[in-house]
Design a protein around this ligand. Structure first.
Ligand code: ADP
Ligand code: MG
Length: 223
């Protein structure tokens, strides 16, 4: 099994759906330790992506879809998260090159490049109470799952599980980056909104990979 453009576009659509579904929750988290716009920012960005997704040309490969997300998020999302998440998708696109099918190693490379893109852009370290605290455990778990011989679905499920745990683990932290860093100890007890949205997006990746693998439709191109 491997994952192709059908998975990537399903992942993007499912990300848009869950971001919209969790919009208020993300706004509430950001209201507690930021300015309350995170759910709005991501929802606006992913809605714009969905508008453009059908315009992908016939024969588009995973990197084309990832690049579309990157440029759209960077141009439509204000705030810190637009450039950060946009850079993640841009670097992810670069990591998979022109490949039509993504195997486990390619999926790990995609996730690693995405995380590295956020770090490149935002200079956050693990423990700074940012989206990196979801992404870094996700990348580590994905690499471990690959080493354990798990398939693409297993790798993405491990990443999603670790991202959720990582997002939860931001609650006791003091923020050292972003708006929440102005709050000092008052940020303690609140989950970082960007880590929560990252966990949602990674869960969407795992769920859609499982669906594509289950239906077998996305594996057709491999034969
Ligand atoms: P803004 O902070 O400009 O209002 P958002 O509310 O959309 O933008 O996004 C806030 C999220 O961005 C935070 O919850 C955090 O996860 C993430 N973030 C902020 N600064 C950084 C950074 N330097 N590196 C990584 N992530 C960051
Ligand atoms: Mg905000």
């Amino acid at each position: 099994m491997s994952l192709g453009i059908d998975w990537v576009t399903d992942w993007i659509r499912e990300s848009a759906r869950v971001v919209s579904e969790h919009r208020v929750e993300l706004i509430t988290l950001d209201r507690e330790i930021g300015d309350g716009d995170h759910g709005e920012n991501l929802d606006r960005g992913f809605s714009a992506v969905i508008q453009k997704l059908d315009g992908l040309p016939e024969g588009a490969v995973p990197s084309d879809a990832l690049k579309l997300v990157a440029t759209t998020l960077i141009s439509t999302v204000g705030g810190a998260s637009g450039p950060l998440v946009g850079t993640a998708y841009l670097k992810a696109a670069g990591a998979v090159g022109k490949e039509e099918r993504l195997d486990g190693a390619a999926v790990v490379a995609l996730l690693t490049a995405a995380r590295d893109g956020v770090v490149l852009r935002g200079k956050a370290e693990p423990g700074d109470k940012t989206m990196i605290d979801a992404w870094t455990p996700a990348v580590d778990a994905a690499a471990a799952a690959l080493a354990d011989g798990r398939d693409e679905v297993g790798i993405l499920e491990a990443a999603a599980d670790a991202a959720e745990t990582g997002a939860e683990a931001t609650e006791p932290l003091v923020a050292r980056k972003g708006r929440a860093s102005y709050l000092g100890e008052r940020a303690i007890g609140h989950r970082d909104p960007g880590s929560q949205s990252s966990a949602l997006i990674l869960r969407a990746a795992a769920d859609t990979a499982a669906k594509n693998a289950g239906s077998g439709s996305d594996a057709a191109g491999a034969s």
